[in-house]
Ligand binder design. Structure first.
Ligand code: ADP
Ligand code: MG
Length: 174
């Protein structure tokens, strides 16, 4: 067994990895290929390790309706990046995959959102975690529930699986 101080010394300079969940969406070009490329590029990042990827689900657009259906998925990763650096990495991959920012909620080759970053709750000018509105969005909760049904959002009593069920069967709540 290693002495305690040895463990501490070997860990110096290494930030502990945090488990994060990222939401992926695409409705332009070959959506499945775009999602797969995004997963591969995220995993290529030296400080991001993709652990698991949900099935990709086809979903109807929300917000701006005059556009093709989306393919959505969620991945679980570990990272040593800060939330800001993770956002920058995600945006750089969006740009690399040809994303143009035109209509808000409009068509896109790829959207990468930070859904959860450990238990962190954060609100800054350009980053809100957990991702705003993820609790109401079936296209986020359904793939997330396939990956991590027992997960709870910070400060939330219900599991992701239960929240996804409620969205799928709203009548059952009445
Ligand atoms: P949306 O994902 O809502 O369709 P965009 O991908 O164009 O829209 O993102 C708009 C802005 O949302 C980004 O510039 C980013 O600063 C901000 N943002 C806030 N919180 C998050 C988050 N958790 N993950 C990703 N982007 C976020
Ligand atoms: Mg986004």
């Amino acid at each position: 067994m290693l002495p305690k101080d040895k463990e501490t010394v070997s860990g110096q300079g290494c930030k502990p990895p945090v488990t994060v969940y990222l939401g992926l969406g695409s409705n332009m070009g070959d959506s499945r290929a775009n999602l797969q490329r995004a997963v591969a590029l995220l995993d290529l990042h030296p400080e991001i390790k993709v652990e698991r990827v949900s099935p990709f689900l086809e979903t109807a657009p929300v917000g701006y309706l005059e556009q093709p259906h989306f393919l959505n998925g969620v991945l679980q990763a570990t990272t040593t990046l800060s939330p800001q650096a993770l956002l920058a990495a995600a945006q750089s991959i969006e740009n690399r995959l040809g994303r143009k920012r035109t209509v808000r909620w409009g068509p896109r080759t790829i959207d990468i959102d930070i859904l959860l970053y450990g238990d962190l709750v954060l609100k800054s000018a350009d980053l809100t975690i957990p991702h705003p509105r993820m609790q109401e969005r079936a296209f986020v909760l359904q793939p997330l529930a396939l990956l991590a049904p027992e997960l709870r959002l910070p400060g939330c009593l219900e599991t992701v699986g239960a929240l996804a069920q409620k969205l799928a069967h709203p009548a059952a709540e009445k």
